[in-house]
Design a protein around this ligand. Structure first.
Ligand SMILES: *[C@@H]1O[C@H](CO)[C@@H](O)[C@H](O)[C@H]1NC(C)=O
Ligand SMILES: *[C@@H]1O[C@H](CO)[C@@H](O)[C@H](O)[C@H]1NC(C)=O
Ligand SMILES: *[C@@H]1O[C@H](CO)[C@@H](O)[C@H](O)[C@H]1NC(C)=O
Ligand SMILES: *[C@@H]1O[C@H](CO)[C@@H](O)[C@H](O)[C@H]1NC(C)=O
Ligand SMILES: *[C@@H]1O[C@H](CO)[C@@H](O)[C@H](O)[C@H]1NC(C)=O
Ligand SMILES: *[C@@H]1O[C@H](CO)[C@@H](O)[C@H](O)[C@H]1NC(C)=O
Ligand SMILES: *[C@@H]1O[C@H](CO)[C@@H](O)[C@H](O)[C@H]1NC(C)=O
Ligand SMILES: *[C@@H]1O[C@H](CO)[C@@H](O)[C@H](O)[C@H]1NC(C)=O
Ligand SMILES: *[C@@H]1O[C@H](CO)[C@@H](O)[C@H](O)[C@H]1NC(C)=O
Ligand SMILES: *[C@@H]1O[C@H](CO)[C@@H](O)[C@H](O)[C@H]1NC(C)=O
Ligand SMILES: *[C@@H]1O[C@H](CO)[C@@H](O)[C@H](O)[C@H]1NC(C)=O
Ligand SMILES: *[C@@H]1O[C@H](CO)[C@@H](O)[C@H](O)[C@H]1NC(C)=O
Length: 444
């Protein structure tokens, strides 16, 4: 027993080292990158993120030579540096076992190296963190308070999605992990990090408040014929005061998606490509739940080659199945005070889509069971650009269940053209009298 415990102390000492700040990493010989200035700009969510005191110690993590699993050493470094330190990750690390980092308090992460997820699919099926919300799974989860993760433009998080996309091609019930789950973080930031190839979404920000995301570069690409799936850039859920800004995303699902109970959020300065748009929803998926999305400001973004630029999607008032692992409808709640301003649309299928019949292709059913979600106080201001030929001559579609469910829609200075030169919108079941630049062709 004595030998056993001495041995494990020795391993822990070798795996991580604590030094006073700033110091040179014992293992890599490098000096760690510095935390950048953290500023929501030009807009904030109504307040800046709380001031975060400078850190005074650093914890270095020795990478495993054989790329097996660095999760235990990384966990140890967070324990050592919690309460005022910086965990320095400046080598190549593999996380092959589930990592719970929800106990953090006043800690930074200087990530100039690479984090790649390893392990087998069977391991993660049995051990990934599980959430009821959309049957989500997570490799790791990060929470607590006052946590800043920065990559200085070089740090990389590699979701290792390819084996998952390959397995999903054979089993479309496979629940794939999200690359980064921020769960229960009060005050924090994630900046200057490159992310590639998540098996599922890139990022979920849940149960959190006062979060700044900035200067990120996200890209998902398959190396074979199996497609990438559900690579949402950021999804917010049960969170308040989040700003996502100045980032570049190349994916094939929502660039940003405001999921249930997302309030006081700003998305600014993004260039998204290939996505499903900057989306409110989907909402109203769960019959016994009340969903709120309120006070959202989407400013100065560019959307290219996507299904939508601006999108609001809510489920109808009846349950339906969209995909084997995604069904819903019947939930209630509201979407209120949403602004899309200064938005360039380049070759998107729809410039604007408002849909209260999400997940249900049978429109008769949607008319029989109108959505229980209301959509109100919606502003589209200064939108310009083009759409693809997908729905030409239509460039947008705003179709509600009934005027009781959709009201106070406003548009100013909208200038969108389809390849044929048309600027026609489909509008139904709401008051269209204050839509300047939106040429409504009623579909009923
Ligand atoms: C990798 O190295 C660690 C020690 O550094 C060892 O415990 C582990 O068994 C090795 N794993 C493999 C797959 O070789
Ligand atoms: C990380 O691994 C890549 C190859 O995958 C290598 O080129 C790079 O030098 C490694 N970085 C470090 C810091 O060891
Ligand atoms: C598909 O994946 C799920 C796990 O997400 C698993 O339970 C099921 O057994 C798999 N099906 C097949 C046919 O492998
Ligand atoms: C959010 O908080 C709720 C309530 O504590 C919890 O059940 C859930 O697992 C948390 N995370 C997510 C992603 O839903
Ligand atoms: C819009 O965002 C871009 C980054 O995509 C930035 O360079 C530019 O300064 C922003 N403009 C305004 C008016 O905020
Ligand atoms: C943008 O998306 C389109 C459509 O998905 C894709 O063909 C193109 O390669 C993407 N561009 C970049 C720079 O990745
Ligand atoms: C959203 O907030 C409302 C009002 O506080 C609450 O009733 C509902 O349960 C919340 N929904 C979720 C998914 O947390
Ligand atoms: C509506 O949202 C904007 C942000 O887009 C916010 O500044 C404003 O205060 C909100 N209005 C109300 C009445 O809450
Ligand atoms: C949009 O897609 C076209 C064709 O695939 C591509 O040439 C262009 O670079 C894409 N735009 C962006 C911003 O990636
Ligand atoms: C759509 O739903 C209605 C009402 O339940 C039903 O009568 C009709 O057959 C459905 N249409 C299709 C194509 O499934
Ligand atoms: C939801 O809508 C359906 C029909 O559209 C209605 O039967 C049901 O009572 C509504 N539920 C709630 C909670 O409002
Ligand atoms: C309308 O939007 C365009 C961009 O398409 C912008 O240059 C112009 O200043 C806007 N006009 C007004 C009156 O705001």
């Amino acid at each position: 027993m004595l030998f056993q415990s001495t041995h494990s102390v020795a391993i822990a000492f070798l795996a991580t080292t604590v030094a006073s700040f700033p110091a040179v990493n014992w293992y890599t010989g490098r000096t760690s990158i510095a935390r950048p200035e953290l500023l929501a700009y030009p807009h904030n969510s109504g307040r800046q993120i709380p001031l975060s005191p400078a850190r005074t110690t650093e914890c270095f993590v020795k990478p495993q030579r054989n790329s097996s699993d660095d999760a235990p050493a990384i966990l140890q470094a967070f324990k050592d540096c919690n309460g005022g330190g910086t965990v320095v990750l400046d080598a190549n690390y593999t996380i092959a076992t589930a990592l719970d980092l929800t106990f953090l308090d006043s800690v930074d992460v200087a990530l100039s190296g690479t984090i790649k997820f390893g392990g087998t699919i069977d391991y993660w099926i049995a051990n990934a963190f599980q959430y009821d919300f959309q049957d989500s799974r997570a490799y790791w989860k990060i929470g607590g308070k006052d946590v800043n993760i920065f990559g200085g433009g070089v740090g990389l998080i590699d979701g290792n999605g390819q084996p998952w996309w390959d397995a999903f091609a054979k089993n479309d019930s496979l629940l794939r992990p999200i690359a980064v789950v921020i769960d229960g973080l009060e005050g924090g930031s994630m900046t200057g990090i490159r992310m590639i190839d998540p098996p599922n979404w890139f990022n979920l920000i849940a149960n959190s408040s006062d979060i700044l995301v900035s200067d990120m570069v996200l890209s998902a690409k398959s190396s074979n014929e199996n497609e990438i799936h559900n690579t949402d850039g950021w999804d917010t859920y049960r969170s308040d005061h989040v700003v996502i800004q100045n980032s570049v995303i190349d994916n094939n699902d929502d660039c940003v998606s405001f999921k249930p109970n997302s309030t006081n959020m700003v998305v600014q300065g993004l260039a998204c490509n290939g996505s499903h748009g900057i989306s409110v929803g989907s909402l109203g998926q769960y019959i016994d739940q009340y969903d709120i999305v309120e006070n959202i400001y989407v400013y100065n973004n560019t959307m290219s080659n996507a299904s939508d630029a601006a999108r609001i999607k809510v489920w109808p008032g009846i349950n339906s199945v969209l995909q084997p692992t995604l069904s819903g409808g019947g939930g209630s709640g509201y979407v209120k005070n949403i602004t899309y301003e200064k938005y360039e649309s380049i070759n998107n299928d729809w410039a604007i889509e408002v849909n209260q019949c999400y997940g249900q292709s049978n429109t008769t059913l949607c008319e029989l069971y109108p959505s229980n979600m209301t959509i109100s106080d919606i502003y589209f201001i200064d939108m310009w650009g083009t759409t693809s030929d997908a729905h030409d001559p239509d460039v947008g579609t705003l179709v509600c269940s009934s005027p009781e469910q959709c009201y106070n829609f406003h548009a100013r200075n909208i200038s969108i053209t389809s390849p044929s030169g048309s600027s026609q919108f489909i509008c139904a079941n709401f008051d269209t009298s204050d839509l300047e630049g939106v040429d409504c062709l009623s579909d009923d």
